[in-house]
Design a protein around this ligand. Structure first.
Ligand code: 5GP
Length: 369
């Protein structure tokens, strides 16, 4: 872990709202001194693990209020939050809750700044941050104003964080074709205005939505020259997995539930895979680390990038994910550094940017092993 912390890193698969600091969910509760004393007492009793639990629980108090205000029942969510491992459907219930808490311009700006600072603090030199632009009429939010709030967070983080941040607007699987097209159109407009839009992501609850609904927007994105990163095979859905493989996106995320034929197509394709170990384990998309397909991908010499997915939701970091991958593959320190460095090859970046990244990486890594 110390080597993984010290070495330069690239993050290619991180969702903005999934990377929220748990403590940030507390921010207005801590302004109440009585609650702070309560929380701090619990923190002292529980140590670090107690802290994580307490943060979620105090966050939950706030969620409860909000949920109650909306006439929602929070009992089920409380149960989900108490679990160390959550199924994929449970994780998406949690995302729904976080969305209630965080979809407000100033909160989005704050989360963006903090997420970038957190990545920079562990020596991440490049991050492609993905997020789905959201309409929220209740707070006067449009997809564009949402992205502007994200940009404001990036600008706030920039002076203190030596890290190159690029955006990957996400199409959420719950969206209609028209809403998905809106996201791609917005990405085109922002790029024209000089924003650094790296590509387009497809994510969201894999139990929701049909390939036929978002494929037109993905094809449109491609026509506009955007590389595609698709969440693929988090659940068994052969038709969709095969359609994705046939489309030949620039990267695929997860690929946990492929059958033998799909696996063969993937390996023959050379499409880089974003591997998110803790996320796959936590959501039970794979039964155990021993049975994770990372080893198979590595053995086949398939291109892989080790990523975090959602540092906040899964209480992880890029350093931890690399350390976990290293122990899973039983590789030597110099191979871990090479694994981290290979992410440069799969970044959605032009050749000059990749050359610059290799130079930065090599300068910072030369004293490590
Ligand atoms: P946001 O786009 O709101 O910034 O980030 C959170 C969202 O990313 C979630 O609501 C969900 O739609 C998507 N997301 C985060 N983690 C995962 C994942 O592991 N799988 C999929 N399919 N979507 C995810």
């Amino acid at each position: 872990l110390p080597l993984c912390r010290a070495m330069p890193k690239l993050e290619l698969h991180a969702h903005l709202n999934g990377s929220v600091r748990p403590a940030t969910l507390l921010y207005d509760r801590l302004s109440n001194f009585g609650e702070f004393v309560n929380w701090f007492g619990g923190f002292c009793r529980g140590g670090v693990f107690g802290f994580v639990g307490d943060v979620w629980m105090v966050g939950l108090l706030r969620c409860r209020e909000l949920a109650r205000g909306r006439g929602e029942d929070c009992t089920e969510l409380e149960d989900i939050l108490k679990k160390e491992r959550r199924s994929l459907p449970e994780t998406f219930k949690l995302f729904g809750l976080i969305r209630i808490l965080t979809t407000d311009h100033h909160v989005i700006t704050r989360i963006t700044r903090e997420v970038i600072e957190d990545f920079a603090a562990e020596n991440t030199i490049y991050v492609e941050l993905r997020t789905s632009p959201k309409n929220n009429p209740a707070v006067g939010m449009t997809k564009r104003s949402y992205m502007e709030a994200v940009k404001a967070g990036m600008d706030l983080a920039a002076p203190s964080s030596p890290i190159h941040v690029r955006l990957l607007p996400s199409i959420d699987r719950r969206e209609t074709t028209e809403a998905a097209m809106d996201t791609v159109r917005l990405a085109c407009e922002l790029r024209k205005e000089g924003w650094d839009i790296a590509g387009i992501d497809l994510s969201g609850d894999p139990a929701v939505g049909e390939w036929a609904t978002f494929a037109p927007a993905l094809r449109f994105a491609r026509e506009q020259g955007f590389p595609l990163a698709l969440h693929c095979g988090e659940v068994r859905n052969s038709d969709e997995i095969r359609s994705m493989l046939a489309m030949g996106p620039e990267r695929l995320g997860h690929v946990c539930c492929l059958d033998d034929y799909e696996w063969e197509v993937l390996l023959a394709s050379d499409i880089p895979v974003e591997v998110c170990l803790t996320s796959n384990l936590a959501t039970q998309s794979v039964p155990s680390i021993e049975k994770h397909h990372l080893a198979g991908l590595h053995k086949a010499n398939h291109p892989i990038a080790i990523c975090t997915d959602d540092t906040g939701i899964f209480a992880t970091s890029l350093s931890r994910e690399l350390a976990l991958a290293a122990s899973c593959l039983a590789v030597k320190p110099e191979e871990v550094v090479a694994l981290a460095r290979s992410a440069i090859d799969f970044a959605f970046a032009e050749i000059p940017m990749k050359q610059a990244l290799r130079q930065i990486f090599d300068t910072r890594a030369q004293t490590l092993v």
